[in-house]
Design a protein around this ligand. Structure first.
Ligand SMILES: *[C@@H]1O[C@H](CO)[C@@H](O)[C@H](O)[C@H]1NC(C)=O
Ligand SMILES: *[C@@H]1O[C@H](CO)[C@@H](O)[C@H](O)[C@H]1NC(C)=O
Ligand SMILES: *[C@@H]1O[C@H](CO)[C@@H](O)[C@H](O)[C@H]1NC(C)=O
Ligand SMILES: *[C@@H]1O[C@H](CO)[C@@H](O)[C@H](O)[C@H]1NC(C)=O
Ligand SMILES: *[C@@H]1O[C@H](CO)[C@@H](O)[C@H](O)[C@H]1NC(C)=O
Ligand SMILES: *[C@@H]1O[C@H](CO)[C@@H](O)[C@H](O)[C@H]1NC(C)=O
Ligand SMILES: *[C@@H]1O[C@H](CO)[C@@H](O)[C@H](O)[C@H]1NC(C)=O
Ligand SMILES: *[C@@H]1O[C@H](CO)[C@@H](O)[C@H](O)[C@H]1NC(C)=O
Length: 448
């Protein structure tokens, strides 16, 4: 069976037929005329295919190789998510409802047939520029693909200031950890009176003139990572606990972008691995702040394919135990693959100094920000598309991508921009291709 699959691939390639873009495999090797791009390496356990596939020989008579990507992935190095056009209204689009509320991305957990999203929401109908003074954390649910990935808010869980939630499950106990950036005494802004009252989800609609700018972090205020635990995604959630103890070098920490992953307790020396946009952290007991240790930058800078990671990470572990990061990186508002778009990084161990990216500029685009296709045939370019989180379905495979977006192609620095900026934002969910059957766990590594 394995051999037949591999032979079929070789045969089809030999005939020069492209079954990949429409058929049963997720990837087609771009027959790239750019000879400077390295070919993938067979029998490397998928390392040169970003740990999202396996490298095979394209033809038994040549040394040419290509990546066969796992479901949900595509690209020359399986560095890109294999996304379908966005269903209209998918995700959490609360700007066009009577609610007129901006949201800023969500972390999603599948539990007993329901997708639970934990997301940042901007209070008082303001936009994402007021995140430091207005962000709260809320919960929403979806039936997933059967409901076009529409999410429905249930309630607000954490007050101002709570931001960038990430939910993760302890694989040993089933317990949930919800990690957020938090300031426990209300607005974390430097304004003396930082509460604004907006109208349409954008900050420029504020009734108070002073509310036009993006506030900074207030004097003597902090944005530490906190966490809360629950046994069900619907709660009840425990009181927030600070991870402040684990920051020996400074009083103030802000916008930690803390992206945790709780690991099975089979390895007692490691209970949690996290990435904060700058550094890898580990903990031997994820519930004990005193066990958190900063390990240093994630990328392996001694490798020429190392890339700076970008911002807004999320982290997962694949079925073979390798570690993956999604982030966004690149100059904001600039088009093309070297502008800001999704980035994918990968590592066999997750350790600091071990993370790599595909050998493309900035590691390639894991998901686009420009010309995003919608099912109605339209396409949209977002000024910002950030906070990527993969949504895993019942089979543990990537089922969809959740991101925050500003639905305007222009912003400061982009030609055509006129102030005031509309910073109204929502949470977009875009499904991956499903029903494709190649799986690197079941394939022949090299049939020749
Ligand atoms: C998509 O949704 C928007 C907002 O609800 C609506 O204005 C638009 O007509 C919809 N487009 C289609 C093709 O349904
Ligand atoms: C709008 O707000 C109402 C009341 O809070 C809520 O029931 C509804 O789900 C919200 N709409 C969306 C799209 O979340
Ligand atoms: C806050 O109040 C102080 C003291 O009254 C004043 O000096 C400062 O300018 C105010 N800051 C802002 C942002 O309004
Ligand atoms: C700063 O915060 C610390 C700890 O909460 C507090 O003891 C101190 O009084 C604060 N300082 C000012 C100037 O607010
Ligand atoms: C357990 O964790 C330690 C510390 O990160 C790591 O060095 C070691 O390789 C891990 N062992 C296994 C079997 O995963
Ligand atoms: C986006 O689409 C426009 C119009 O088709 C095209 O001119 C532009 O090159 C595209 N940009 C990218 C980055 O693909
Ligand atoms: C970093 O890359 C170098 C060169 O490829 C390699 O020898 C080394 O083992 C890597 N370090 C880690 C921690 O993976
Ligand atoms: C060829 O590959 C190099 C290295 O990744 C890249 O910088 C360059 O833009 C590529 N050229 C073309 C025409 O794709």
């Amino acid at each position: 069976m394995r051999l037949i699959v591999a032979l079929l691939v070789d045969f089809v390639l030999w005939l020069g037929i492209d079954i990949f873009s429409s058929g049963s495999y997720t990837s087609h090797p771009r027959r790239d005329s750019n000879k400077t791009l390295p070919l993938c390496v067979v029998n490397d356990d998928g390392l040169s295919c970003s740990y999202n596939g396996l490298c095979v020989r394209s033809n038994c008579n040549t040394q040419e190789t290509h990546c066969l990507c796992d479901p949900g992935w595509k690209g020359m190095y399986c560095e890109a998510l294999d996304l379908v056009p966005v269903a209209n209204g998918s995700g959490l689009q609360d700007l066009l409802t009577q609610n007129r509320t901006s949201t800023w991305g969500g972390s999603v957990l599948f539990d007993q047939g329901v997708y639970h999203m934990f997301f940042s929401e901007l209070a008082h109908h303001c936009g994402i520029h007021r995140w430091i003074s207005h962000s709260v954390v809320s919960h929403a649910v979806s039936a997933g693909p059967e409901d076009n990935w529409k999410f429905h808010k249930t309630k607000t869980l954490l007050p101002i200031f709570s931001h960038e939630p990430i939910v993760t499950r302890d694989p040993s106990t089933g317990e949930l950890g919800l990690f957020v950036s938090h300031y426990p005494h209300g607005s974390a802004a430097d304004d003396n009176d930082s509460t604004c009252h907006c109208v349409d989800g954008s900050t420029s609609s504020a009734l108070e003139k002073r509310c036009i700018h993006e506030p900074g972090l207030g004097h003597n205020k902090t944005m530490y990572t906190y966490f809360t635990t629950a046994h069900q995604p619907t709660g009840p959630w425990s009181p927030l606990q600070s991870l402040e103890h684990e920051t020996p070098e400074g009083q103030k920490r802000f916008d930690l972008n803390f992206a945790p992953l709780i690991l099975p307790t089979t390895n007692r020396s490691l209970s949690l691995l996290a990435w904060t946009r700058w550094d890898i952290w580990t903990a031997t007991d994820w519930k004990n702040p005193h066990t958190y240790v900063r390990q240093g930058p994630a990328p392996n800078f001694s490798n020429p394919h190392a890339q700076w990671e970008g911002e807004d990470p999320s982290l997962w572990r694949d079925s073979k135990g390798r570690f993956h990061i999604l982030s966004h990186n690149g100059p904001r508002g600039i088009g093309g693959p070297e502008g800001d778009c999704g980035r994918h990084l990968f590592s066999a161990t997750g350790q600091a100094g071990s993370w790599l990216a595909a050998p493309l500029p900035l590691g390639g685009c894991a998901f686009p920000r420009v010309n995003v296709s919608f099912v109605d045939g339209s396409s949209r370019t977002f000024y910002r598309r950030e906070r990527p989180h993969l949504i895993f379905g019942p089979h543990g495979r990537p089922a969809a991508l959740s991101t925050s977006v500003i639905d305007s192609p222009v912003g400061p620095g982009v030609p055509g921009f006129q102030p005031p900026q509309r910073d109204a934002s929502y949470t977009l969910v875009q499904a991956t291709h499903t029903g494709r059957h190649f799986d690197s766990t079941a394939s022949e590594k090299d049939s020749c």
